[in-house]
Write a protein that binds this ligand. Structure first.
Ligand SMILES: Cc1cc2nc3c(=O)[nH]c(=O)nc-3n(C[C@H](O)[C@H](O)[C@H](O)COP(=O)(O)OP(=O)(O)OC[C@H]3O[C@@H](n4cnc5c(N)ncnc54)[C@H](O)[C@@H]3O)c2cc1C
Ligand code: SF4
Length: 479
């Protein structure tokens, strides 16, 4: 069987960062990535289904209430993300769940991650957007907050000379948004790391002191490679699925693998702007619309950032009016006319992100395919009600109107899966130790969103990246 010093599954933030650091030590590194090697010419300005399925894998929860997706391709989510790269507030690391358990290891704090955040910022050319870079929708959101006497911060991005075309989430066709294919991946390749695309890992198997990795190659032919050290970084939806498919071949797998699924407290809020406000031009500008408010962090532990929403987003969100106003169903002629009248000038999207318990679960079905569940329990319901309360307060105090974003409540999923093979101090509750090593199997590390143990309070990619830098450094020094 072909052998490497290190095999890494997935080439997103969790995979490409350790690939560079371990190749830098002269180790033979192989990265297996199921997606394609895409370049700027492959990024369509197209929100259609066919274009999307080339760039994303998407799943709905077992009860169809929650939708989750992740970017596939060499570079993972960095290809299609909206590119907000924010450090998590200190308090996120101190979060305790309803049982009183501190979900982050005590050794991993904002202060500890700060040098690793700085490393990622330097590698990816991350800087704060200027006001000229903030899309109109972001400006309108900031005006709403200003009307309440509250403030917004301009967001940090790895975007240079943006043309404000509004297609970051289908990949930047102009190469302005820096993804891992601009920095970590080519540098790792220069140092000898191999990135094999079109290779989907099915399961792992114990092989002497090391592990065999079984995958289907780009021609769908079964292949196997082996290494003594493995890194799983296939996203918080797929990393646990690979472990769960490996159960017959990895005895004693930690029983918490797949559990504690956290959707980062995402809740989609859409506002109808007050009459007389400037036009939002909802389809224009970077998709993360440039501003975030921490004004509700102290009281509610939520942040809210503005989005520049493409038409497809509004068609997919079940936007309806509250209080008996029509349209009160997301279908039909009234709904169509409402959207026609108000999009793109008066409707703006935003996303609340907050600290919430991870009560969901990723499992695999009888064919080994990913399934997930986010139970609408009392804790989640109370959290969504609290976020909606903040949205209603914004509406009341500014003359805007808050719209519901799903038939009965508010959308609470989409893009930020976390915690399904989480690290933590408690060996019973956390499959991975604070260094990302799965407790049940020496030399298997998890470095992606799956090992982030709880909500990040803001968009999570920067924390995933910084944590991957931290774990990679530990591996280079200790294994
Ligand atoms: C539309 C969208 C917008 C987003 N915008 C932002 C944003 O603005 N800011 C932010 O912080 N976050 C954003 N995110 C979230 C961000 O993209 C993720 O948090 C981040 O990419 C997760 O990193 P990761 O390393 O965990 O996994 P990923 O980046 O998802 O990488 C996992 C990789 O593993 C590969 N893979 C999966 N299964 C297998 C397998 N079996 N075999 C081989 N390869 C496999 C996948 O193809 C993928 O390339 C966004 C996400 C989406 C979907
Ligand atoms: S808005 Fe800017 S970063 Fe986004 S796709 Fe267009 S040019 Fe690229």
């Amino acid at each position: 069987m072909e052998a490497f010093d290190v095999v890494i599954v997935g080439s997103g933030f969790g995979g490409s960062i350790p690939a560079l650091r371990l190749a830098g030590q002269g180790r033979r590194v192989l990265v297996l990535e199921q997606g394609e090697r895409l370049t700027t010419k492959d990024f369509p300005q197209d929100w259609g289904f066919r274009a999307q399925t080339r760039l994303f894998n998407a799943y709905t929860s077992k009860d169809y209430r929650v939708f989750m997706r992740y970017g596939k391709g060499l570079g993972g989510g960095s290809l299609i993300y909206a590119a907000a790269m924010l450090r998590s507030p200190s308090e996120a690391f101190e979060f305790r769940d309803k049982t009183g358990y501190r979900v982050w290891p005590t050794s991993v704090t904002r202060q500890v991650l700060d040098p690793y955040y700085a490393k990622v910022e330097a590698m990816m050319h991350i800087s704060r957007a200027s006001w000229a870079d903030v899309p109109k929708a972001g400006g309108c959101f900031a005006m709403l907050l200003d009307k309440m006497g509250l403030t917004c911060d301009r967001t940090m991005y790895p975007i240079v000379d943006c043309l404000q075309c509004g297609f970051c989430m289908t990949g930047c066709p102009f190469g302005k948004k820096k993804h891992l294919g601009h920095n970590y991946i080519p540098q790792a390749e220069t140092l000898g790391a191999e990135f094999r695309t079109g290779c989907k890992v099915h399961h792992l198997e114990k092989d002497g002191e090391g592990y065999a990795v079984h995958y289907a190659d780009v021609h769908n032919v079964a292949q196997s490679v082996r290494s003594d050290l493995l890194i799983l970084a296939a996203s918080a939806l797929e990393s646990p699925a690979i472990f769960l498919r490996s159960k017959p071949y990895l005895s004693g797998l930690h029983p918490q693998v797949g559990k504690n699924f956290n959707q980062n407290g995402d809740v989609a809020l859409v506002f109808l702007l007050p009459e007389g406000f400037p036009k939002a031009y909802g389809y224009l500008g970077r998709n993360n619309a440039g501003v975030i408010t921490y004004a509700f962090w102290d009281e509610h532990r939520i942040t809210i950032h503005a989005g520049a929403g493409p038409p497809a987003l509004f068609a997919a969100l079940d936007v309806v009016r509250e209080g008996g106003r029509k349209p009160d169903v997301p279908l039909g002629l009234e709904f169509k006319h409402f959207l026609k009248q108000n999009y793109p000038d008066r409707l703006i999207s935003s996303l609340a992100i907050g600290l919430v318990d991870g009560d969901g679960e990723v499992s695999v079905n009888s064919q080994g395919l990913v399934e997930f569940d986010v139970p609408m329990n009392e804790t989640l319901k109370a959290y969504i009600d609290r976020v909606a309360g903040v949205g209603r307060r914004i509406a009341q105090e500014t003359g805007a109107e808050l719209l519901r974003t799903s038939d009965e409540s508010f959308e609470h999923g989409d893009a930020h899966p976390l915690a399904t093979v989480r690290m933590g101090d408690d060996a019973d509750r956390a499959p991975c130790d604070p260094n990302g090593e799965i407790r049940s199997h020496r030399n298997i590390f998890v470095t992606d969103g799956a090992c982030i143990p709880g909500g990040t309070g803001v968009n999570p990619a920067h924390t995933i990246a910084a944590n991957a830098e931290r774990i990679a450094e530990w591996i280079t020094q200790n294994r």
